[in-house]
Design a protein around this ligand. Structure first.
Ligand code: NDP
Length: 608
């Protein structure tokens, strides 16, 4: 019997959806996985040049600072700010871009905006008194906010821009780090922090003939406004009005810039390998009167905790943010709550997740049909996978862009672009002649840490971090590594691992690191290091959890699941705290507040 399930989707529809998802995944599996992409640094270094800020000559630095942070994005800003609050005055941030901002420095493509609500995404709103102008702020506002944080906390004073670390070595005799950069700097630092971000090295698809194209081309993270016209504020791209433009890729970046390209270009070809799931955005300006009512002391922390609880399926009386991120979790929670307690088994919870996901993705697919006028284009824009298989996208104008007469979707049925020629792009056996190719092909994720950061760490007794992590990442809290004293890593894995709002992970890390450094200085300790036993205990705890919740092998390939390739044995460590993000943040707050910093060893200065 084909009885409707509680989701309103029949069992046979579910079987059909599961089969369709696998069929679509299988079309896209390819043996070369991550190797399908080429390293820009070696093949097209000109693509990495900074189009935004001219390089300022300066003398190399040879001195000593208390804290050096590598990366001037949110991680460096929030850690630097908390260190300053804790009275650590000598903080140097090293940044490869020409200013603070990280992701928001580089990504200035038209339409760039945050995908998680500004009120929880933009760090330190309460400290800076900034009211986000929109529910999802646009990139120029976020970049300016980064610069404001840096100004407010005096982080410009010692910052080194357009500077890349080439070596970071622990000097055992001096009990500090030696930092070497590509600009001739060699200086020492008592502590170092690493926050280079997960998505900062752009990548290009290794499409045959890519090097032969004679027209104009660039990657979205180095947008060439001198060619396209317009500006990051969204002025029309009038340089493209007589141009045929190809954009390759339809991920989160492309979803945001395509509406602008569709309006600006004479002809826009969108080369699609896998459609993104694009849910409603519902952006809108912030009402200052409403903001006054919410912005009472402690408001941002309350919002952060509320978003995290809602998004990760925790219990919360209300949903303050109410957006696409919390919607799926809300549906799952409601399903589980409707079950009698004795039926709330792990299997029924997984079924609730799957049912909610089918329902959600059916809505998203129905929206494509409702918005996109051409039926064939609409069909090709439907995403056939579970919502968290790939980065979920949210936009109110993306689908409409395909109704613009200028815009043509070139769907490749999972196969991608075949070849690039001197004059255009070949897909499905047809050549599309273009003046410009824009690569919206994303960033390196699955490649080795050392390749992405550009340097290795040499810790105690010459131990290289790349060797120490050869069989997988080993840390306590994702932050502390045995053998690497006075070094702190700021990123989500092995901590809260909250992907829907990465800045929440970073702000909690920043507070924690500042508390540890303050404690070390107060104790007169020269070194702080996690013990091997504490690190091992943490890893054991992590492995007790349910494993990776996103990027399953039955998902369509992408960076969430190592491009569909079998995960390396070390991937089992790419997880978060087993009890979830909310529990982790509470645990971490207690851990840093009780004054014991359990698992860390503080050591005094060597006797001279
Ligand atoms: P992605 O890696 O998400 O997308 C790359 C795109 O290029 C995919 O559509 C991919 O297809 C396509 N592609 C790769 N090779 C080929 C090929 N040979 N032929 C045709 N297409 C190809 O990169 P994005 O820059 O879009 O996003 C990266 C991440 O950055 C996001 O996942 C998100 O985390 C973050 N981001 C956040 C934003 C925000 O918060 N506001 C905005 C933008 C990005 P396929 O899917 O088949 O691999």
């Amino acid at each position: 019997m084909n009885a409707p399930a509680k989701s309103g989707i029949t069992e046979s529809e579910k079987l059909a959806l599961r089969a369709k998802y696998l069929e679509e995944r299988d079309k896209r599996l390819r043996p070369d996985g991550n190797d399908q992409y080429i390293e820009i640094k070696t093949h097209f270094p000109e693509y990495l040049e900074d189009p935004y800020t001219p390089l300022k000559p300066r003398d190399p630095v040879h001195d000593h600072v208390a804290f050096t942070f590598i990366g001037g994005g949110f991680a460096g800003l929030v850690t630097g700010a908390r260190l300053k609050e804790q009275g650590v005055s000598s903080v140097r941030i090293i940044e490869k871009g020409g200013d603070f901002g990280g992701t928001w420095y580089w990504n200035r493509y038209p339409g760039a905006q945050c995908d998680t609500a500004s009120f929880v995404y933009m760090p330190m709103l309460e400290e800076t008194g900034h009211m986000p102008t929109e529910k999802y702020a646009h990139a120029p506002e976020i970049l300016a906010h980064c610069q404001n944080i840096a100004r407010q906390y005096g982080l410009y004073d010692e910052a080194l821009f357009h500077t890349e670390v080439t070596d970071l070595s622990w000097l055992q005799d001096k009990q500090c780090w030696q930092v070497t950069t590509q600009r001739g700097d060699v200086f020492t630092s008592q502590f170092v922090g690493l926050g280079t971000g997960p998505l900062h090295v752009p990548k290009l698809p290794g499409i045959p003939g890519i090097e032969t194209f004679k027209g104009h081309s660039f990657h979205t993270s180095r947008w060439d406004y001198s060619y396209t016209g317009g500006d990051p504020e969204g002025a029309p791209l009038d340089g493209l009005k007589d141009k045929r433009v190809a954009i390759i890729g339809t991920g989160a970046t492309s979803v945001q810039c395509i509406p602008h390209l569709a309006r600006g270009a004479q002809t826009l070809y969108v080369f699609q390998r896998t459609p993104s799931s694009v849910d409603r955005r519902n952006n809108g300006p912030t009402d200052p009167e409403w903001f006054k009512t919410i912005a009472t002391p402690g408001w941002q922390q309350r919002w952060l905790e509320n978003f995290t609880a809602n998004q990760t399926g925790g219990m919360a009386d209300e949903d303050l943010v109410m957006d696409g991120w919390t919607d799926l979790s809300r549906r799952i929670r409601e399903r589980i709550q409707s079950l009698p307690p004795e039926e709330r088994t792990p299997a029924s919870m997984m079924a609730a997740w799957e049912d909610s996901d089918f329902e959600k993705m059916n809505d998203i697919r129905a929206r494509v049909e409702a918005v996109v006028e051409d039926a064939e284009t609409a069909e090709a824009l439907k995403a056939w996978y579970r919502q968290l298989c790939k980065r979920p996208c949210f936009h109110d104008e993306y689908l409409d862009a395909f109704n613009e007469p200028s815009t043509q979707l070139v769907d490749t049925d999972g196969q991608g672009v075949e070849r690039i020629t001197e004059t255009g792009v070949i897909a499905n056996g047809t050549e599309y002649e273009v003046d410009c190719i824009i690569y919206a092909s994303g960033f390196e994720v699955g490649t080795e840490y050392k390749r992405r950061s550009g340097f290795d760490l040499t810790g105690r007794n010459g131990l290289k971090l790349s060797d120490y992590w050869r069989d997988g990442m080993r840390t306590k809290h994702g932050t502390h590594v045995a053998g690497f004293p006075n070094a702190f890593i700021v990123q989500p894995t092995q901590g809260a691992n909250l992907i829907s709002n990465v800045p929440h992970n970073l702000t909690e890390s920043g507070k924690t690191i500042a508390a540890i450094v303050r404690h070390a200085l107060d104790q007169g300790a020269q070194e702080v290091e996690v013990s091997e036993a504490a690190e091992a205990d943490w890893l054991e705890l992590l492995l007790q959890g349910p494993g990776r919740m996103i990027g399953a092998q039955d998902c369509t390939p992408g960076y969430y699941n190592n491009e569909g390739q079998a995960a390396s044995p070390g991937a089992k460590y790419h997880v978060g705290y087993p009890h979830g993000a909310t529990a982790y943040f509470e645990y971490l707050r207690n851990w840093r507040s009780d004054g014991n910093f359990e698992g860390l060893v503080f050591r005094p200065k060597h006797a001279d």
